[in-house]
Design a protein around this ligand. Sequence first.
Ligand code: ARG
Length: 597
Amino acid sequence: MKYLSELLTDEVSAAFKEAGYREEAGKVSVSNRPDLCEFQCNGAMSLAREYHKAPIKIAEEVAQILSNSKIFSEVNAAAPGFLNMKLSGDYLKDYLACMTAPDYGLKKESSEKIIMDYGGPNVAKPLHIGHLRSAIIGESIKRMGKITGNEVLADIHMGDWGLQMGLIIHELSLRKGDLCYFDPSYDGEYPEEAPFTLSELEEIYPTASKKSKETDGEGNETPEAKEYKEAALLATKELQDGRRGYRALWEHIMKISVADLKANYEKLDVSFDIWKGESDADKYIAPMVENMKEKGLAHESRGALVVDIEEEDDTKEVPPCMILKSDGAALYTTTDLGTLVQRQEDYRPDRIIYVVDKRQGLHFEQVFRCAKKTGIIPKDTRLDFLGFGTMNGPDGGPFKTREGGVMRLESLIKEVNEEMLKKMKESDHDLNPAEEKEAAAIVAMAAIKYGDLSNQATKDYIFDIDKFTSFEGNTGPYILYTVVRIKSILRKYTEQGGDIKDARLSAPKTDDEKALMNKLAMFNSMMDNAFKELAPHRVCAFIYEVANDFNRFYHSTKILTEENETRQKGWIALLVFTKGILETCLDVLGMKAPEKM
Ligand code: ARG
């Protein structure tokens, strides 16, 4: 179905044409003076010169024609040449009635195959809050892509091939050097069971990392640290070269970590279709490099292998893309290029969207240019980088624990959970302690996600627990509370013997009701635009407005005690509709409302 603004534009354009003007002038938008009108058209202003006529005269002629329109209840020409319009209540009601679940009038015109790369956790290292943004924003964009009609595949792209693996292997060799994994002459089967547990693994990596970075009083690397790091680098190289025992240890680390990662992402309600990682790119690298050399695109520069990627209209310098270091080792860039080879081979996507820290912007610029130049990815495949800003603490610096360390994701969630529970205990509801705890966890998750998503992704933002968990203002809990309020009215209506199923929308009787209906009618075009802009914050802004409009309507309307049954039914239908739109948007943002709170 057409979007409301398109239908209105069609109507007004036809009126311009009928009056003898260019129809392009008929573009209608939502009014920026809601006190005067609901929709506006400024087209008459642009025609004055061409037709040698005062814009107000043109606007008056068009308004005259539109006075017979079935779509508008009111059209006025206002100085110096605006057209101010109000929608017919019946037309509005009919439009909303055509917006049906599950996608409420979305056109679904685009049906691209899209791969999304987000998450990017580093195996065996704890998830920290940097990974939170990628997960939350990425998941939301994936859902937006799906609801607007695309086929979207999410790839977690784990960091599972780097130095952290060598560090763990080396530390393990110091602790349990007599295990068969370290015996190069061992050629039997390796044990099924890992020689460590998850909690040991969680301790081994930070210990090893610390040992490799130890410094003396002057901040210089100690000889022990140097030796330790060299051993870890060697272990990494041997692992990558396929040393059997190390490979087996790696498999153990992966198995244990992936199970833990899955559990953690599940708690966030974030899911991936593809659980590949940097290690999976490995086998594509050698042939890819060969190919680049054959085509004469990769050349040596100071011992390293590079591809030049600068373009004629560059305003800033884009350094060559390094493919292999002088010792022949692959880099982060190489891994991402190898992954593109694999994605092209396996999926032939129309588009790939990366959701990663914006400080990696240059890296992706290099990867994208190199992939296009070397033909890994066809020229017309879209490669997008959505770089997000930093999550800061109340002091404006990067978010830290109270002790000043890097905040682990689990601790953050725990802290917000506690704060939310505290606030719920202060509010009045009829939940027992267990239900209250469950609801608090759901609302806390929304507080975190909404706090993040309501900001433009590219910007840094301040993570303010007190603000994010508030039931008032532009917060997750406020939105959820609005949904819970609707659920509660609908429950009471049913308890009074009302039947929700036979409620039908009716034309609005009050301004508050109409404002809400007008807002809801914008859902479909809003969602389309939000995905075009890769902007979950647009969805947040929309539901915040819907929630405000709903609450205004709720406070001015006695729904449950209304005696005129048709009237009441219309409102009940509007409640069901509002709830549907809010829940659909919440789902796109990765949140849900509890039954009560
Ligand atoms: N593991 C990386 C990190 O923690 C993020 C990976 C992002 N995705 C990618 N294709 N490079 O910084």
